[in-house]
Design a binder for this molecule. Structure first.
Ligand SMILES: Nc1nc2c(c(=O)[nH]1)N[C@@H](CN(C=O)c1ccc(C(=O)N[C@@H](CCC(=O)O)C(=O)O)cc1)CN2
Length: 297
């Protein structure tokens, strides 16, 4: 079989370009007399990965000229206290975006917390109102990682190439799988969603022009399953131990065996991950603009 020259999709460069665009828009926004957009980030507990992500979010928010407001709550905080903080942030006219870092400790009802966030400040796009707006093709705040996937696909293939393409989304979470499927549908792809009960995953992968993998299973998808020339967006970020005993990040797709078969593939790290925070910054500015427009209406 002919080997294809597989192109690596550089998510780090795309994220840097998007953040530079956001920074320029923030400068324009404040120069025209508006207050700096402000993002409140709520972290509950001491999960080490969440602490790193939150620190990066706060640093990057300030770097594009927006205000970052951090709330770090103890792991044993009760649900009522967390809901009370969300209500305070909803009512604060100086706060444009609210993000509650996930996962939350087991004793907290995550769905209730997300439901308590004002949909117009929901920069994660996870509230049912924003999920409904996305499903119905209405303007709203779109989840960050799915938005990052769509931007990478549009930049790599062009919007016209997405029309009619067979797109397979593997995973059905509210954070990635379901919203990315909606975005692909909105881009006129023919969308299939595979999940834990899918009978023949290799067969579904073989039929796909575009594969978005978001299952959190290291190297689940073998390169040999892919249709030659497919485009692969790997959302998985899995920490594994190498045979030499070192810790390494790998995706849901076996990157090495996809070489020579896929036309384009995102690496892990350096693919979709960096787009998540860049899209969060873009969403925070969008939330400030939407709130201002609603206040004037
Ligand atoms: N409220 C939310 N919680 C979580 C989200 C989210 O979008 N909203 N997503 C993930 C974590 N996450 C952001 O919060 C996130 C994950 C990964 C990256 C990233 O840039 N990853 C790097 C690798 C980083 C490493 O070395 O560990 C990469 O892929 O290149 C950014 C943000 C769950 N929680």
């Amino acid at each position: 079989m002919t080997r294809i020259d597989t192109q690596r999709i550089d998510g780090k460069a795309a994220a840097a370009a998007l953040s530079a665009e956001t920074a320029a828009k923030v400068t324009e926004w404040t120069a025209s007399g508006h207050r700096r957009p402000a993002l409140a980030v709520v972290l509950v507990g001491e999960d080490p990965a969440s602490q790193v992500y939150v620190r990066n979010k706060q640093r990057q928010t300030e770097a594009v000229g927006m205000r970052s407001i951090g709330h770090h709550l103890p792991a044993d905080i009760d649900q009522a206290a967390l809901l009370h903080l969300v209500a305070e942030l909803n009512a604060d006219p100086e706060v444009d975006g609210i993000l509650v870092q996930l996962p939350l400790p087991k004793h907290i009802d995550t769905a209730r917390v997300i439901a308590a966030i004002d949909p117009d400040k929901d920069v994660d796009g996870l509230h049912v109102v924003n999920a409904g707006r996305l499903a119905n093709g209405l303007a709203g705040l779109v989840p960050c990682t799915p938005l990052g996937c769509l931007i990478l696909l549009e930049q790599t293939l062009g919007r016209e190439a997405l029309r009619g393409a067979n797109a397979l989304v593997i995973g059905r979470s509210i954070l990635v799988g379901k919203p990315v499927a909606q975005l692909l549908l909105g881009a006129n792809c023919t969308v299939t969603i595979a999940h834990g009960s899918t009978r023949d995953l290799p067969d579904a992968v073989r039929a796909a022009d575009i594969v978005v993998a978001a299952v959190g299973r290291p190297k689940l998808i073998a390169g040999g399953w892919l249709k030659p020339g497919a485009t692969v967006i790997d959302v998985g970020i899995n920490r594994v131990e190498t045979p030499a005993g070192k810790s390494q990040l790998v995706g849901d797709v076996d990157y090495e065996s996809a070489q020579g078969i896929a036309a384009h593939i995102t690496p892990v790290p350096g693919g979709v991950g960096p787009m998540t925070i860049a899209c969060l910054l873009a969403n925070t500015l969008k939330a400030a603009e939407l709130r201002r427009a609603r206040l004037l209406a």
